[in-house]
Design a protein around this ligand. Structure first.
Ligand code: NAP
Length: 245
């Protein structure tokens, strides 16, 4: 069974809803201390009130795109406040479907800022030896099965997630000697705010085990953050009930 202690601190971005919220709640339920990051304070307060161990759930309101190059300093400031981190689940992100003929540079920047640049610079902060516990530390970033399925209209979104998978794999090979493991998790459509009603209807018949729930992804993320996955690094794990390819 996976369990953590309250001395183990995990950063969870995107904790105000969907996959990040499910991950924060599960880590907290299993005994870890969670630093829950997002922009919407009211949703973070809801998260805290829903958590099993609210004393071990800490809220940090932050727009991760407002100063991306400053994110390593931000992680260091969190470390000074809470102590060294055992792990980070980067779950913040946005979707977006647009045909190539309609894409402006600004569309790409908006998606890449939160889906690609911010996780890279948060990871740069995390892997600083002063900020993590060293041996046993683990980072999980949520990419997407869309980076592999590459449906039409996914130029920006699939591009941001494909780039994330490649960069995280490269970073993992730089830091493996420090004992830090880095993996991506790539879900297909999951029932969250991001998946609108139309997409849900479209997807319903596609999944042999039914549409995924946030907890289905959170279970995989928490496993990869835990010591049970101590031999797993540098990979992208698809969570799709066999539906996408
Ligand atoms: N749901 C799916 O079907 C699915 C499938 C594959 C991959 N994914 C990926 O999984 C991740 C989570 O998706 P989700 O379904 O959980 O979406 P969601 O419910 O919309 O949650 C997105 C989270 O990202 C946070 N966020 C967005 N922009 C931010 C910013 N600038 N600064 C800080 N936080 C920000 C949001 O918090 P605030 O708004 O409070 O800031 C929210 O907590 C995304 O990367 C998504 O691409 C989702």
């Amino acid at each position: 069974m996976i369990s953590f202690t309250k001395e183990q601190f995990f950063i969870v971005t995107g904790a105000s809803s969907g996959l990040g919220k499910a991950t924060a709640l599960l880590l907290n339920e299993l005994g870890a201390s969670v630093i829950a990051i997002a922009r919407r304070e009211d949703k973070l307060n809801e998260l805290k009130s829903e958590s099993k161990n609210p004393d071990n759930l800490y809220i940090e309101v932050k727009d991760l795109t407002e100063d991306i190059e400053g994110l390593p300093k931000y992680v260091k400031s969190l470390k000074e406040k809470y102590g060294k981190f055992s792990g980070m689940a980067y779950c913040a992100g946005i979707g977006g479907i647009k045909p190539i003929q309609a894409i402006e540079m600004a569309d790409m920047e908006t998606i890449f800022n939160i889906n690609y640049f911010a996780p890279i610079f948060m990871t740069k902060g995390f892997i600083d030896r002063r900020c993590n516990i060293g041996q046993g530390a683990s980072v999980v970033a949520i990419a997407s099965a869309g980076a592999i399925g590459c449906d039409p209209g996914m130029t920006c979104y699939a591009g941001s997630k494909g780039a994330l998978i490649s960069s995280m794999q490269s970073i993992s090979r730089e830091v493996v000697k420090q004992g830090i493991r880095i993996n991506c998790v790539s879900p297909t459509l999951i029932s969250t705010d991001m998946a609108g009603e139309i997409e849900r209807e479209y997807a319903d018949g596609k999944y042999p085990l039914g549409l995924g729930e946030p907890i289905d992804v959170a279970n995989m993320i928490v496993y990869l953050l835990s010591n049970k996955a101590k031999w797993l690094t540098s990979h992208n794990y698809i969570v799709d009930c066999g539906a996408i390819i």
